[in-house]
Design a protein around this ligand. Structure first.
Ligand code: CA
Ligand code: CA
Length: 377
């Protein structure tokens, strides 16, 4: 390989047998994908692709970065509000408005300090890149805040997804390591919320007439770190459960998913939680993991590059340092693959060409790299 080619290639292959015939790692060689290191970040949290193939990437400490995979350019984006990134706090998810091509609107979530303590907030801004490349989110507005704000730095959740018809957005609020708020009708903590695109609670939410906060769509959740719609419009969710209780759930309006009254896991202090059982009044997970995988990010795969994985969910694993694949069949889900990635995986995204893109989390020895997975061989 000549030097000019090396310096112009944005991608570095780390598991290519032809480049590494002597020191080949058998685990890597057996993976069904080729892993390319595209870039290095500090502690990235989420990413989303723009229509032109560039990407927005959030960093835990509060930066949003415009990244161009074609040349490796990173441009910090101005206009992001102050983020409280202590503990599990972060500048969190970033998702484009369904009509981004027309209105340039970006939705993002972050943890902040406010009356009563800390909480997770949802905001919008208008993507604006000047002719000199300087990039900002203009007219940033916080359109929803979790209720209530409490002390502590954990279980914010903060994931965002739009309904397939583009008329509503779903937003996750974790139970903030306070347990009972997940069952409190007035709190948005431990809930999956359905909002209008302006951040107000959507009309017709299923529990409003029963006295719940009008944004609530489902409840009894712990730390909801991924939501995604499948091709038939089903809403899937994964959450970090208690010890031995990580979950994939199929979300249906108005249902109680049990936490902290029912879980296939138990509290980390050893206190038992009754397992899910038929007719206990709680919706059981479609899948649970023991030992845990520490799931983060959730992608519904619809691409053509890995045709064998259509109709699969992909989940990043923190403690498991894994990429996890779940096979869907209607309302059923089954564990399909768990590949060792050797680093904590925070985010999974599908690229414009159907490649899988992963962000390492950057903590506890993981580097925070952006990885691109393409078919092996
Ligand atoms: Ca994403
Ligand atoms: Ca249990």
């Amino acid at each position: 390989m000549n030097r000019a080619l090396i310096t112009t290639l944005p991608l570095i292959l780390i598991a290519c047998s032809s480049d590494n015939a002597t020191g080949q790692n058998s685990a890597e060689a057996s993976l069904p994908f080729k892993t390319s290191i595209v870039a290095d970040f500090d502690s990235p949290w989420a990413m989303t692709f723009l229509p032109d193939g560039r990407a927005l990437i959030t960093e835990k400490t509060g930066e949003m970065i415009l990244f161009d995979p074609k040349n490796g350019t990173k441009i910090p984006i101005g206009g992001i509000p102050k983020v409280d990134s202590a503990g599990q706090g972060a500048l969190m998810d970033v998702v484009l408005h369904p009509q981004f091509a027309q209105n340039k609107t970006v939705y993002f979530s972050f943890s902040e300090r406010g009356a009563g303590g800390k909480g997770v907030a949802l905001a919008t801004g208008i993507f604006n890149q000047a002719s000199d490349g300087a990039t900002t989110l203009d007219d940033v507005q916080t359109i929803f805040r979790a209720t209530p704000y409490v002390d502590g730095d954990g279980h914010y959740s903060g994931r965002i997804a739009f309904s397939p018809d583009g008329r509503h957005l779903f937003f996750t609020n974790g139970e903030r390591q306070k347990f009972d708020p997940a069952q409190d009708p007035k709190a948005t903590l431990g809930k999956l919320l359905r909002l209008n695109l302006d951040g107000t609670p959507a009309a017709g939410n299923p529990l409003t007439a029963k006295g719940f906060h009008p944004a609530v769509w489902s409840y009894g959740h712990r730390n909801l770190l991924g939501i995604a719609f499948d091709k038939d419009g089903r809403l899937w969710e994964q959450e970090m459960g208690p010890k031995g209780g990580d979950e994939v759930n199929l979300i249906k309006p108005g249902l109680n998913y049990g936490y902290p009254k029912a879980s296939n896991g138990d509290h980390y202090d050893g206190a038992p939680i009754p397992d899910h059982s038929p007719h206990d009044g709680f919706e059981a997970p479609k899948l649970s993991w023991n030992p845990v995988i520490s799931p983060t990010g959730l992608l519904y795969y619809s691409g053509d590059l890995f045709p064998q994985w259509k109709n699969s969910l992909f989940i990043g694993g923190l403690s498991s340092k894994a990429l996890v694949r779940v096979r869907l069949d209607g309302e059923n889900a089954s564990k399909a693959d768990q590949w060792d990635m050797g680093a904590r995986i925070r985010e999974v995204e599908q690229g414009p060409d159907g490649a899988l893109w992963l962000l390492e989390d950057g903590g506890r020895g993981s580097q925070g790299r952006l990885l691109k997975l393409t078919p092996a061989g």
